[in-house]
Write a protein that binds this ligand. Structure first.
Ligand code: GDD
Ligand code: MN
Length: 392
């Protein structure tokens, strides 16, 4: 050493049946952390020989201390493992990464240096910023699901995630002294989102792009079940905003039907009645969403007239696209009509919500990067650890 203090970092790697990856991972981590004071902690829930492999490799590794925390009871799955690793870390900066080399160890010094120099609470390795790339995701469908759920999630937390383009990544550095992790109760895969959403205050996040690589060995543990768990996590975190938006949409449908019934009963032609009812419903929905769903974003968003135009023009385009998609799915792909209608309506709802949250109510250019008002930060906080948010 040259007398200058080296930055210290604890590297936490959750593992579930990764026997074929441990040796190569440790080799690459050792190489990447040569200029750092690093320790490596595996938090293992494996049912195969992974813990034995880790112990063997740990015993002969001299470049950095390698510890194994094997859990007989895998509380909280991947997210729980990460938090147990964070809790037993010796250093203030804790880097979390996967054990299958999809997160390149060569990024470790970049992330740690950024954390040390920026003083940020979190440094996130993102697949969706700058030169980042999600190429290593198994197939096109997973890439689309990943991208789509990222957009919806960012729409649900427009302020909290303003600085985070990849809330689903499992590759990040957190500063233990400023990030509250002890009281979290994680379920499943998406621990970073849980960490960001449940803080009492808005974290300062800095990102570094990275390329999500191919697995070195073994298979992904991501399952359909985890997808469902993730949706439940989102709902639990953000019941208020999205369900309020859905409720207003449902109310609008009922209002529309009711108006048509009343107007035709008053002898108005059904076409005229339908146009008038739709127009009234659109205006009502807009006003209700302004008042009850996006109230906290209005102060920094574009003026009301522009919001109205942006919101209303969406309706026409959305309807046209949805009808065309229905035609393609039913006529060309042979889908069942009812199923198709359900799927297109559900997708349209998510697109509509994301569009409003991220575009119609986006902070104006002048306001971008400015410190959000206290009110907005508070409003953008997820439900506290127990129970949903009373009001949002
Ligand atoms: N301890 C523990 N317990 N580790 C687990 C568990 C578990 O129940 N389930 C998975 N892991 C470990 C795996 O061994 C691997 O090191 C890491 O968590 C990620 O699991 P993969 O099976 O490789 O997941 P992936 O490649 O599909 O998911 C990656 O991309 C996601 C975003 O698309 C991971 O980086 C996720 O963290 C990320 O959210
Ligand atoms: Mn993986």
């Amino acid at each position: 050493m040259d007398g200058t203090a080296r930055t210290a970092v604890t590297i936490v790697v959750p593992t579930f049946n990764e026997a074929g990856n441990v040796e190569e991972l440790v080799r690459q981590v050792a190489e990447a952390t040569a200029g750092l004071e690093a320790e490596l902690v595996f938090v293992d829930d494996s049912t195969d020989g992974t813990p034995q492999v880790i112990e063997t490799v740990a015993a002969r590794t001299t470049a950095l201390p390698v510890a194994l925390l094997h859990r007989e009871v895998p509380v909280g799955g991947l997210g729980g493992a990460v938090l147990e690793g964070v809790a037993r870390a010796r250093h203030d900066l804790v880097l979390v990464m996967d054990g299958d080399l999809q997160h390149p160890p060569a990024m470790i010094p970049v992330l740690v240096r950024t954390a040390a120099e920026s003083g940020a609470d979190l440094v996130v390795a993102s697949r969706y910023t700058g030169t980042g790339d999600a190429g290593g995701l198994a197939n096109g469908v997973r890439r689309m699901v990943s991208k789509g759920s990222t957009i919806v999630t960012r729409a649900m937390f427009p302020s909290r995630l303003a600085q985070c383009t990849d809330p689903m990544t499992g590759f990040f550095v957190l500063r233990r002294s400023t990030v509250e992790t002890a009281s979290l109760q994680p379920r499943g895969f998406k621990i970073l989102l849980e960490i960001i959403a449940r803080q009492r205050r808005k974290l300062r996040i800095v990102e570094e792009p990275f390329v999500f690589g191919e697995r070195f060995a073994g298979e992904s543990k991501a399952t359909f079940r985890q997808g469902v768990d993730f949706l439940r996590q989102l709902v639990a975190l953000r019941f208020g905003k999205m369900s309020g938006f859905a409720l207003i949409g449902a109310f609008g449908a009922v209002l529309n039907i009711g108006l048509v019934a009343v107007l035709t009963a008053e002898h108005m032609g059904y076409l005229a009645a339908s146009v008038l009812a739709s127009a009234l419903t659109i205006v009502t929905n807009f006003l209700l969403a302004e008042r009850f769903v996006f109230r906290d974003l209005i102060a920094q968003a574009r003026p009301r007239g522009q919001r109205f135009l942006a919101s209303v023009s969406f309706n026409g385009i959305e309807a046209a696209v949805r009808v065309y998609a229905t035609y393609l799915l039913v006529d060309r792909a042979g889908w069942n009509v009812v199923l198709t209608t359900a799927v297109t309506l559900a997708v349209a709802f998510l697109v509509r919500f994301s569009y409003h949250s991220l575009f119609v109510y986006a902070a104006r250019e002048t306001g971008r990067g400015a410190v959000p008002s206290v009110d907005r930060v508070v409003q953008d906080t997820a439900a506290p650890v127990r129970g949903p948010l009373a009001e949002d």
